[in-house]
Design a protein around this ligand. Structure first.
Ligand SMILES: C[S@@+](CC[C@H](N)C(=O)[O-])C[C@H]1O[C@@H](n2cnc3c(N)ncnc32)[C@H](O)[C@@H]1O
Length: 392
């Protein structure tokens, strides 16, 4: 299986070498909310948005509250300074995020997600799977057992694969978040998005979509079909579906070290063309120099040891064309939004997030500069930091 590392599956329709150019992009049909047809449709769309997002938030809040009842809090090894801002504050902040998401859609910065209203049977199946797995996560959390994936690797990760450290770095072989099978099974890939949404009470997708705002600004004056985007640590491909909702002809490369997550991404992105999938470490992709106009990393960096963050940024600089855009979405850092600082501390210790506490205090701007990138805007979206940088 490990011979697949670095393997590239290329959609034959993906353009390979044209210039990204700087013209308007006639190939992407952009929403035109100011136009009369769009204006007529707006009330219906707004109602659909309110219904779809309202149902999501209620469902995930419900599961969050139920999880709180079914589990017992972990006592942190070291005391946490201060306390979180309380539920009403977080609810208001989530409402602000969704209002902002809607305003961006209304302004035509991006389209509503293709699955704005989730099929109830799908939502129920996700909830059942999540609740069935919860006791296993709880057991691991209280036993502080986060090395199962290393000691008893899930099929088809055979023990002999572990002998070759170069294939799966040791830091990767952990039960991050105490999740079943770490990153390395189809079951984990099926559970992942749901778990993240429960953690962020239905706000995770809206946080990811905030990255579409700087992406739209970058692509506005370019031929998107001639640009190339790479998503590092793509997971199950959720963010890339939002990219494809808006720029269906933009060639995208989904990269992840987990074959199971990559397979889930491949299935999820099947409706779109111009996609390719690479199983490789983000710090050593094996992809050609200066081959991308945009590189994204969504919730990847807090999962990486500090030295690997530096290596990934060096790789980003190598892979970007001059003037290219690096688009980063990840956990807030300490000091980004003071009321949430205690929650960031709790997150680091209560879930198995071995590199989160070094992430929250890292000087990201300095790391970007050292790697040859010019840091740009930083934006807060609920619990996320949305940051851009350009290759000089
Ligand atoms: C927290 S998930 C984020 C997934 C996705 N980007 C999202 O928006 O939810 C982290 C992902 O990064 C992948 N990953 C972690 N370390 C990696 C590395 N060194 N190289 C490539 N992928 C990595 C994991 O397999 C997992 O799919």
């Amino acid at each position: 299986m490990l011979s697949n590392l670095g393997r590239v599956t290329i959609d034959a329709k993906a353009p390979r070498s044209q210039s990204c150019g700087s013209m308007s992009s006639p190939d992407d049909v952009r929403p035109d909310p100011a136009g009369s047809a769009a204006a007529r449709r707006r009330p219906a769309l707004q109602a659909a948005y309110a219904l779809g997002q309202g149902a999501r938030v209620l469902a995930y809040w419900g599961q969050y509250a139920l999880s709180q009842r079914l589990t017992t809090p972990v006592k942190p090894k070291r005391p946490i300074e201060g306390s979180g801002p309380g539920l009403p504050y977080v609810i208001r902040d989530l409402r602000d995020l969704l209002e902002r998401d809607w305003r961006n859609i209304e302004a035509g910065l991006y389209r509503p997600p293709h699955d704005l209203i989730e099929a109830p049977w799908r939502a129920l199946a996700g909830a059942r799977r999540y609740l069935r797995d919860l006791p296993r996560v709880e057991q691991r959390r209280h036993a502080r057992r986060h090395d199962e994936v290393y000691r008893a690797p899930p099929e088809p990760l055979a023990p002999e694969d572990l002998a070759n450290e170069g294939d799966y770095p040791r830091y990767y072989l952990q039960n991050f978040h105490y999740q079943t099978d770490g990153w390395l099974s189809a079951e984990s890939a099926e559970l992942y998005d749901h778990q993240v949404e429960v953690l962020f009470v239905g706000g995770a997708d809206a946080m990811r979509r905030q990255a579409l705002v700087p992406l739209e600004a970058f692509l506005r004056s370019r031929r998107s079909a001639h640009c190339r985007l790479l998503d590092l640590g793509c997971g199950t491909g959720r963010f890339l579906t939002f990219v494809k909702d808006n720029w269906p002809r933009l060639p995208v490369t989904a990269l992840d070290l987990s074959p199971a997550y990559l397979e889930a991404a491949r299935r999820r992105l099947a409706p779109w063309r111009a996609t390719e999938f690479v199983q490789a470490p983000a710090e050593k992709t094996g992809l050609p120099d200066a081959s991308f106009d945009v590189i994204t990393a969504v919730y990847l960096f807090h999962e990486l040891p500090p030295r690997v963050r530096v290596q990934v940024l060096t790789e980003v600089t190598r892979l970007l064309r001059p003037g290219g855009l690096f688009l980063f979405v990840d956990s807030l850092q300490k000091g980004d939004h003071a009321p949430y600082d205690p929650l960031l501390d709790y997150f680091s210790v209560a879930f198995h997030e071995p590199y989160h506490s070094s992430y929250v205090s890292a000087d990201l701007e300095a790391l970007l500069r050292d790697a040859g990138l010019e840091p740009g805007s930083v934006d807060r979206a609920f619990f996320s930091r949305v940051m851009i940088a350009r290759k000089r």
